[in-house]
Design a protein around this ligand. Structure first.
Ligand code: SF4
Ligand code: SF4
Length: 80
């Protein structure tokens, strides 16, 4: 059975669109990423695609993806 759930698709989360109030945003370093899929599985808002693209319109900047990344490929960067 596949571990991928339909709920992991990018969608509007409980926090709604977050682009205007988020303080930190995740940035993926593609050189470090080994495509393990942890970030996509653990993002509570399902904003990370199967190709590990992050939909910043709905990401709330919680940093869980950065915490669960075994390669430290995701850095939380302060919004400008
Ligand atoms: S910071 Fe949080 S909401 Fe944004 S992509 Fe990472 S886990 Fe998902
Ligand atoms: S958790 Fe880190 S290494 Fe794994 S797919 Fe996401 S960015 Fe890549």
């Amino acid at each position: 059975m596949s571990a991928k759930l339909a709920i992991s698709r990018p969608k509007e989360g409980a926090a709604g669109k977050t682009g205007t109030w988020r303080t930190f945003k995740p940035v993926v370093d593609r050189e470090l990423c080994n495509k393990c899929g942890n970030c996509e599985r653990f993002c509570p808002d399902g904003t990370i695609s199967k190709e590990f693209e992050i939909d910043l319109e709905f990401c709330k900047g919680c940093g869980i993806c950065a915490d669960v990344c075994p390669k430290k490929a995701i850095k939380m960067v302060r919004e400008e």
